[in-house]
Design a protein around this ligand. Structure first.
Ligand SMILES: *[C@@H]1O[C@H](CO)[C@@H](O)[C@H](O)[C@H]1NC(C)=O
Ligand SMILES: *[C@@H]1O[C@H](CO)[C@@H](O)[C@H](O)[C@H]1NC(C)=O
Ligand SMILES: CC(=O)N[C@H]1CO[C@H](CO)[C@@H](O)[C@@H]1O
Ligand SMILES: [Ca+2]
Ligand SMILES: [Ca+2]
Length: 575
């Protein structure tokens, strides 16, 4: 009698433990690079209407939110990361009415729109910078100015040795002012002065402007570079940065210096917490959480500070870049495990992890790993515990496009001044137009030409072909996005192992439901004993397999001797 009573109570307790998850905790964020997604008017450049017309595609992927790279008015020296007017839409992308229509359509489909916030700098062609050059005090103080250094021959040099992320001095002289301004990125991106309270207020107004328009949050760009050291602590002049000790490196390269004065300054974290307070003002009004994602390529310890500190909340999603910066196609299974464990190990216990395998700054998964590993990496991104982020095109396994030196437009590529090796620095290859179909320009544009060339092979690698091909990266992705909604992936625990140099596997389980994901990173086949994992006995059923796998969903394998073929990735369910 007692036992019969206890069982249901135990069951109820186990279920009740799980708190209700917020919208952003269960969704997939899909990054759109608007310039390359869909051109609606034939000028060869993607635009807002192109996005609005294709939001259904996101819905079919199982995506609940999209973050858009910058759509604001810009002279495009850094393709929109140099903003001339934070309150206006770039003409070639559309109008404010187009933006409002995008939000309305997204609301209809229940897709959240997240915008890119680029607070570190404006464009050198912003009204603010132009006013500063004209001697308007208010705007002069929006930027960071420093006197040059004069040598014994009377020649003028930059104030110190700081170099920009895209090479060469981070200082640019302006005759109008007789001083140098700081630009941690390209010359066309003067850094804003966050030690000026008016700049802090101005940037909060920018956030409120777009939040009022209905955006669901922001992804914050280049946050680690927000503050520079307080020069008052150094006698009123910014000190030189020490050498990184990497003497082989070209002194004009960013990695030549150790960026102790221009990156990861303490004040940055406080600013993040202040912005979160702005987001939370909105949540208090309507109960809907605005989400903040931060972009910083920093150590795990520093990355965790973005989550918050003490009773102050920060970003819900400090981007976890391990799949981009720590591993690639040459990594061993152990290195993969080590990288994936990093964020999970360092993150506060009550915060969520997130998984990002690509963006518009890094070589694509099919090129960095291999086309055969596209499904395997998507399994990792979508089935590991936490939030998934997909860069547009990774769901169909797009490859880096070939962009000749003549066609190269990315400042990071052009600044190399090197027609042979430019491609190692250029970010154009991962920004080539989205491949919709086998039509001219991959169905991206009806124009005569496109702003970047379409990648080779689009005739067979595109959404249309993959939609009607049963075994395609796209269909694997769709199945994964559905599987991801199961409790084992929402609430389940996680355990992983490298079975050998090549085969990585992880287990997700919840209330007796157990899944095992196996990814073979190399060509060699193996017989794997999956009973290594607790409670895995007898047989497992194939739920999803990578496209080149001969195994079909529903087939079963013996747990003690699962044959895992070369390049094969499989999601198993324990029977
Ligand atoms: C802005 O900077 C770019 C280099 O990034 C330069 O070509 C352009 O002339 C500058 N514009 C103004 C108005 O200074
Ligand atoms: C596995 O992937 C590699 C790298 O792309 C490729 O060269 C090889 O042909 C693939 N082998 C199999 C069995 O799929
Ligand atoms: C991933 C990303 O958005 N990177 C951006 C970081 O910031 C610089 C400067 O704003 C951009 O050039 C990058 O594209
Ligand atoms: Ca267009
Ligand atoms: Ca800065």
């Amino acid at each position: 009698m007692k036992i019969i009573l206890l069982l249901p109570i135990f069951f109820i307790l186990a279920i009740a433990q799980e708190r209700e998850l917020d919208w952003w905790e269960t969704t997939i964020f899909y990054q759109i690079y608007p310039r390359s997604f869909k051109d609606s008017d034939g000028d060869g450049i993607g635009d807002l209407n192109g996005i609005t017309e294709n939001l259904e595609y996101l819905k079919e992927l199982g995506v609940g939110a999209t973050w858009l790279s910058p759509i604001f008015k810009s002279p495009m020296y850094d393709f929109g990361y140099d903003i001339a007017d934070f309150y206006a839409i770039q003409d070639e992308y559309g109008t404010m009415e187009d933006f409002d229509r995008l939000i309305a359509k997204a609301n209809e489909l229940d897709i959240k729109i997240v915008l890119d916030f680029v607070p570190n700098h404006t464009s050198n062609e912003s009204v603010w910078f132009e006013e500063a050059l004209k001697g308007h005090d208010k705007y002069y103080d929006y930027f960071i100015w420093e006197d040059g250094a004069i040598d014994e021959n009377g020649n003028l040099h930059p104030p110190n040795n700081w170099v920009s992320v895209f090479r060469k001095s981070a200082w640019e002289y302006r005759e109008e002012v007789g001083k140098f301004y700081l630009h941690q990125f390209v010359i066309g991106q003067p850094d804003l002065n966050f030690r000026n309270p008016e700049v802090v207020e101005e940037m909060k107004s920018v956030l409120r402007f777009w939040l009022n328009k209905g955006v669901a949050g922001f992804r914050i760009d280049a946050i680690a570079h927000l503050f520079e050291v307080d020069k008052e602590l150094y006698g009123g002049r910014f000190p030189d940065e020490p050498l990184a000790g990497n003497l082989e490196e070209d002194p004009e390269n960013y990695n030549y210096l150790d960026h102790i004065y221009t990156k990861d300054q303490d004040e940055t974290f406080d600013m993040i917490y202040q912005w979160r307070e702005v987001f939370d003002e909105y949540k208090e009004k309507d109960g809907f959480t605005r989400v903040m994602m931060t972009e910083a390529y920093s150590s795990p310890q520093l990355t965790m500070r973005y989550f918050g500190q003490g009773d102050r909340e920060g970003a819900q999603m400090p981007f976890n870049f391990v799949l981009i910066s720590d591993v690639d196609g040459s990594s061993t299974a152990a290195e993969i495990k080590y990288a994936l464990d990093k964020f999970l190990t360092f993150k506060p216990i009550d915060k969520l992890s997130n998984w990002v395998a690509g963006n518009h700054d890094n070589s694509r998964v099919a090129s960095r790993f291999s086309p055969e590993l596209v499904d395997g990496i998507n399994m990792i991104v979508l089935l590991m515990p936490g939030v998934a982020v997909t860069y547009m095109g990774e769901e169909i396994g797009m490859v880096d496009g070939y962009v000749s030196w003549e066609d190269t437009v990315d400042p990071s590529g052009c600044n190399t001044d090197d027609p042979i090796n430019y491609w190692t620095a250029s970010r154009d290859p991962e920004r080539t137009p989205f491949q919709w179909s086998a039509e001219p320009n991959a169905g991206f544009s009806t124009g005569a030409s496109t702003w970047l060339p379409v990648a080779d092979g689009y005739e067979t690698l595109n959404v249309q072909v993959q939609s009607i091909t049963e075994r395609s990266n796209l269909n694997v992705y769709r199945k994964l996005s559905i599987l991801r909604t199961k409790p084992a992936f929402r609430y389940g625990r996680y355990e992983s192992v490298a079975f050998n140099n090549d085969v990585f596997a992880f287990k997700r389980w919840y209330n007796g439901e157990i899944y095992i994901v196996v990814v073979n990173f190399r060509e060699k086949s193996y017989i794997i004993d999956l009973t290594y994992f607790d409670n895995v006995i007898s047989r497992l059923e194939v739920v999803i397999s990578s496209i080149q796998s001969p195994k079909n969903a529903g087939e079963t394998v013996e747990a003690t001797r699962a044959d895992i073929l070369g390049n094969e990735s499989i999601v198993f369910k324990v029977l």
